[in-house]
Design a protein around this ligand. Structure first.
Ligand code: HEC
Length: 149
């Protein structure tokens, strides 16, 4: 767009705005009224569902204290990248408990579900002591872990 055309376009916008001045208050009220109704269901869903963008669900926030989803990034717990299909305690660069190393578990949705419900019950002697009692939250976490391959 050359300079003359841009000036003409701007003049057009200003003319349009001043021409519509009369009904502006009505439109503003309608827009404000729509917002709360649209936000409510979205916030409820965020607690238990992974978002379409692959962002972690809120239920995973408690895991993040100890676990990263990035490959090779170890914290208090091992990275959970690519955990589905892997043998327990096989991530390189993390010092696992003898109990988890000897467990013989392969992580799939079912074994992870049992683990997350009560790690110490599944593998006595593990260093991960926190479980997730709520089934919906576990399910949201498992959906998310499946995206980390
Ligand atoms: C307080 C720290 C802590 C929190 C919070 C925590 N974990 Fe862990 N997690 C660990 C540790 C430490 C291990 C290693 C356990 C061992 O070696 O016995 C582990 C191991 C695991 C493993 C097995 C990894 C492997 O390679 O075999 C999975 C899967 C796992 N955690 C998932 C989760 C999920 C999902 C959450 C959130 C609900 C979570 N953890 C919360 C500390 C934590």
């Amino acid at each position: 767009m050359n300079k003359t055309a841009r000036v003409c376009a701007m003049a057009g916008v200003i003319l349009t705005m001043s021409g519509c001045g009369g009904d502006a208050p009505d439109r503003k009220e309608a827009a404000v009224g729509e917002v709360p109704a649209a936000q409510e269901p979205a916030q409820t869903a965020a607690a238990t569902q992974a978002s379409a963008s692959g962002a972690p669900p809120r239920a995973f926030m408690q895991c993040r204290t100890c676990h990263s989803a990035e490959p090779g990034r170890q914290g208090i717990g091992p990275s959970l990248h690519g955990i589905i299909g892997r043998n327990a305690a096989s991530t390189a660069g993390f010092s696992f408990s003898p109990a988890l190393k000897a467990s013989g578990i392969t992580w799939d949705r079912e074994s992870l579900n049992t683990w997350l419900e009560a790690p110490v019950k599944m593998v006595p002697g593990t260093r991960m002591v926190m479980g997730v009692r709520n089934e919906e939250r576990r399910s949201a976490i498992l959906d998310y872990l499946e995206t980390l391959d």
